[in-house]
Design a protein around this ligand. Structure first.
Ligand code: SAM
Length: 288
């Protein structure tokens, strides 16, 4: 079996199985060996590692993962791909494929079983229609994680990595940066995929913080404040939080909280750092 990073090999397999690409599953398969090697390099996988791959497709990235890691589990939703993966991964004895929606898999139990609960590495060329739910599931479900190295839409990678004052900065940046250090490690143009996506892509590496970079009394409450603060981007923070109604405080009370934080009451959510959101959330929580 040849490498699927060779476009001729990908075409051969697709024809052989009469496979039709499913747009609803975000199926854009990689066909560029240099990009695949870059993903493996940037993920820092060693032969001691257990790797979870989300959405193996026909197994293009999986072939590289099997060669670099101790063991790979690949979770694929599309049952039409399962027989294909049987052939393309046939020569590797360190991989198992699970035919399931990743959002329904108990990844914590899987990592307990396969890696004795030690932190795992996740590597994927993600289906773009569920990028955010997948990332948040990984962070919030208590899975022991070392790093997540993923291909995402370029614009999403920029949002994840953005800092206060930048136009892309928002709830996703803050949520991810609370859990991990985010680094865009490669930009990938549409011609590296089959079929070509309409958008540019980027590989981003999220390295889990061993301790969160800020202290907050109630994590869930902070994330609610963050979401409410960015719901109406053009409004001031006071108006955004007031209109979201989640705190039950009056506008005047919210303004006092923001002044107590050391900011003007006209400040917008996009100007606050993660540290300030943590403080603000503690201040508001005291009052609620
Ligand atoms: N890894 C392959 C590659 O790089 O060529 C395919 C990547 S393709 C962008 C995304 C893959 O995720 C597809 O194979 C798609 O069927 C699969 N997928 C989509 N939604 C999924 C879900 N909820 N759970 C698991 N796999 C999913």
């Amino acid at each position: 079996m040849g490498k699927l990073s060779n476009p001729q090999e990908t075409i051969r397999i697709i024809k052989k199985y009469d496979f039709s690409f499913q747009k609803k599953f975000g199926q854009n398969f990689l066909i560029d060996g240099r990009v695949l090697e870059r993903i493996i390099d940037e993920s820092g996988i060693t032969e001691d590692d257990f790797v979870l791959e989300i959405g193996p497709g026909i197994g293009t990235l999986t072939q590289y993962l099997c060669e670099a890691a101790r063991e790979v589990v690949a979770v694929e939703i599309d049952r039409m791909l399962i027989p294909i993966l049987g052939e393309t991964l046939g020569e590797y004895d360190n991989v198992s494929v699970i035919n399931e929606d990743i959002l329904k898999v108990d990844i914590a139990a899987l990592s307990e079983e396969k890696n004795s609960g030690r932190p795992i590495k996740v590597v994927a060329n993600l289906p773009y229609y569920i990028t955010t739910p997948i990332i948040m599931q990984l962070f919030e479900s208590g899975v022991p994680l070392e790093s997540i190295t993923i291909m995402v839409q370029k614009e999403v990678a920029e949002r994840i990595q953005a800092h206060p004052g930048k136009k892309d900065y928002g709830a996703l940046s803050l949520a991810v940066q609370y859990y991990a250090d985010a680094q865009i490690v490669a930009n990938v143009p549409p011609n590296c995929f089959m079929p070509r996506p309409k958008v540019g892509s980027a590989v981003i590496r999220l390295t889990r913080h061993s301790i969160p970079p800020v202290k907050v009394k109630d994590e869930k409450f902070m994330f609610r404040i963050i979401r409410d603060s960015f719901n109406q981007r053009r409004k001031t923070l006071v108006n955004g939080l007031y209109n979201a109604g989640g705190t039950g405080l009056t506008k005047e009370e919210l303004a006092e909280c923001i002044i107590q934080l050391g900011e003007k009451e006209t400040v917008r959510g996009e100007a606050l750092s993660l540290e300030q959101f943590a403080l603000l959330s503690d201040i508001i929580r005291e009052r609620v």
